[in-house]
Design a protein around this ligand. Structure first.
Ligand code: TYM
Length: 349
């Protein structure tokens, strides 16, 4: 089924409601890639706890992200769906890679600066080291392709730097053990599709995000039809009519965001949408967009809710996925330990 040696890995944090940005920027891509690649999709609970999580909420959110994956069309039989904390290789490889990554590299991460805010001294060590754990997630499977939204681009570049530094630092041992020189292949980001950066419905210059205090800023996958329609109707716009051509969207962030969301949800091009709605008021576009959004999203919300009624079923999927993921990651981790010179028991050599 898959191209030789290509493997897709991606992760989503269980830190609250999944929203339209997660869906269009990541999950729809995850679904598409299943046709052409072997895929691992991970609920990254170890990343979630880099900021404090209520334990009951973490459990619930982990199941809910899993349910949303399944409801969106991810196939946990053909591919692998699991939660990160059940595969110890992630945390162990992260430690090894912490010793490869440089503090200067992490100091440049814009997401840490945003998340830590002014009170940097009080951020967890885990939040600072977060991108190294992300590199470990990817490299533990020698993943070659990583579908993500635009906001993860810098983290992916760091993963590539870590892979390359490891390959260089241990080049002699890698060659001696008969591994390929690219012991860790530098993973390629797949930032694709019409909605790699979905913006807030309240401010077209800011990313749609779980952490925005205003729920009106985002459409959650769990929102019902009325809520979705209400949020779209209340979305911020500018005072001008819609342009008839794509070029007219430049410097109009709210118009551009609504048209982009419409295009991504409907599979139509922005040009085609503007041909239909250009010259008219935003309300016409919003009515049509609300219909499309409700049609696409409410079945996913309903199926997620149905799956959440049987948490044992979800937990079985996760533990089976974790066993399959471990079977891939463990030999890679053991080879990594060997290359670095860690002694292992004679019977395990
Ligand atoms: P997270 O949980 O914040 O987001 C999950 C995915 O959704 C994408 N995304 C968006 N895409 C478009 N528009 C938006 N407004 C928007 N908001 C979020 C994100 O880019 C992401 O693809 N660090 C990652 C999780 C992670 C990971 C990994 C990803 C951990 N390990 C290994 C890839 C590979 C994160 O916090 O994503």
């Amino acid at each position: 089924m898959a191209e030789a040696k290509s493997r897709v890995f991606s992760g989503v944090q269980p830190t609250g409601n999944l929203h339209l940005g997660n869906y269009l920027g990541a999950i729809t891509r995850f679904v598409e890639l299943q046709d052409t690649h072997d895929c691992l999709y991970c609920v990254v609970d170890l990343h979630a706890v880099t900021v404090w999580q209520d334990p009951d909420e973490l459990t619930r959110n982990t199941r809910e992200v899993t349910a949303a994956f399944l409801a969106s069309g991810i196939d946990a039989e053909t591919h692998i769906v699991f939660n990160q904390s059940q595969v110890p290789a992630h945390a162990e490889l992260a430690w090894l890679l912490n010793c490869v990554a440089r503090i200067g590299w992490l100091n440049r991460m814009t997401q840490f600066k945003e998340k830590a805010g002014k009170n940097r001294e009080n951020a967890s060590v885990g939040l600072f080291a977060y991108p190294v754990l992300m590199a470990a997630d990817i490299l533990a499977y020698r993943s070659t392709h990583v579908p993500v939204g635009e906001d993860q681009k810098q983290h992916l570049e760091l993963s590539r730097d870590i892979a390359q530094k490891f390959n260089t630092d241990f080049a002699r041992a890698i060659a001696r053990a008969g591994h390929e020189a690219e012991f860790f292949p530098p993973p390629e980001p797949l930032i694709m599709g019409p909605a790699t950066r979905v913006m807030s419905l309240r401010d077209g210059t800011r990313k749609m995000s779980k952490s925005d205090p205003s729920d009106l800023s985002r459409i959650n996958l769990s929102d019902d039809a009325d809520t979705i329609a209400k949020k779209i109707r209340r979305a911020k716009t500018d005072p001008n009519a819609l342009p008839s051509e794509v070029e007219g969207l430049a410097a109009r962030p709210e118009a551009s965001n609504l048209v982009g969301i419409f295009a991504a949800l409907s599979g139509r091009s922005a040009g085609d949408i503007l041909k239909q709605f250009g010259g008219g008021p935003f309300s016409r576009l919003k009515d049509a967009l609300a219909d499309v959004a409700v049609d696409v999203l409410t079945p996913i919300g309903a199926e997620t809710a149905r799956l959440m009624d049987d948490p044992d079923h979800i937990d079985r999927i996760l533990s089976r996925g974790a066993a399959r993921a471990s079977a891939i990651a463990t030999p890679i981790l053991e080879a990594t330990r060997d290359v670095m010179g860690f002694v292992r028991a004679p019977h395990r050599r």
